[in-house]
Write a protein that binds this ligand. Structure first.
Ligand SMILES: CC(C)(COP(=O)(O)OP(=O)(O)OC[C@H]1O[C@@H](n2cnc3c(N)ncnc32)[C@H](O)[C@@H]1OP(=O)(O)O)[C@@H](O)C(=O)NCCC(=O)NCCS
Length: 166
């Protein structure tokens, strides 16, 4: 499946994209904000039926995102990670909006959730402004090379999505 708008194409990641994915994730502007994977983990994700790995592109790759929980019996799908390399031009907002429509309309999810590092004000702003509701903070639940970090849990329910699109 491919999601198309005038400006953006979202399509499944292929093995040929993994160099771009891994390079983007490792870049100093991104790695602090994500829970990074090895290249092998990204490669394995392409074949994992519980995950979907997507590239965001225009005439060139702009980023990628990963959905998790495709087989979750509670129809609870996670945005595991999104990275946009061309920042501050609205691509991230548009890609997340498209992914919201996709997970509720195509995947028939009941809940879309995400964990964001508590110092990642840009991403928190984005999800809140798109209608995600804050559920709480997982205090010092992730041990990074910088020390323990706290994750903010946010979600959107199907009922909230239906109100937004009504
Ligand atoms: C988070 C990310 C995906 C967003 O993509 P993007 O294309 O840069 O985002 P957009 O340009 O669509 O929107 C950015 C929004 O953040 C706002 N913003 C930017 N810096 C901000 C800050 N310091 N504080 C609050 N808001 C900020 C912008 O004003 C914009 O909001 P607006 O649309 O209401 O004006 C991208 O910046 C990224 O890859 N960051 C590094 C990795 C990461 O944090 N991933 C998410 C966690 S998994």
């Amino acid at each position: 499946m491919t999601l198309l708008t005038q400006e953006l194409t979202l399509r499944p990641t292929t093995a040929a994209d993994l160099g771009f994915v891994f390079e983007s994730e490792s870049a100093p502007a991104n790695r602090r904000y994500v829970i990074p994977w090895t290249r092998e983990q990204h490669e394995a994700a392409l074949a994992d039926p519980n995950l979907q790995h997507w590239v965001v592109e225009s005439d060139r790759p702009l980023g990628y995102f990963i959905l998790a929980g495709l087989q979750n019996p509670n129809q609870s799908v996670e945005m595991r990670r999104i990275v946009i390399t061309a920042k501050g031009r609205g691509y991230g907002r548009r890609a997340i909006k498209l992914s919201i429509g996709y997970i509720f309309d195509d995947l028939q999810a009941h809940r879309f959730w995400v964990e964001v590092k508590d110092f990642d004000v840009r991403t928190l702003h984005l999800y809140r402004s798109l209608g995600f509701v804050e559920e709480g903070k997982l205090r010092e639940s992730y041990k990074s090379s910088q020390g323990f970090e706290s994750l903010v849990l946010l979600s959107m329910l199907r009922s909230e999505y239906e109100q937004i699109v009504a």
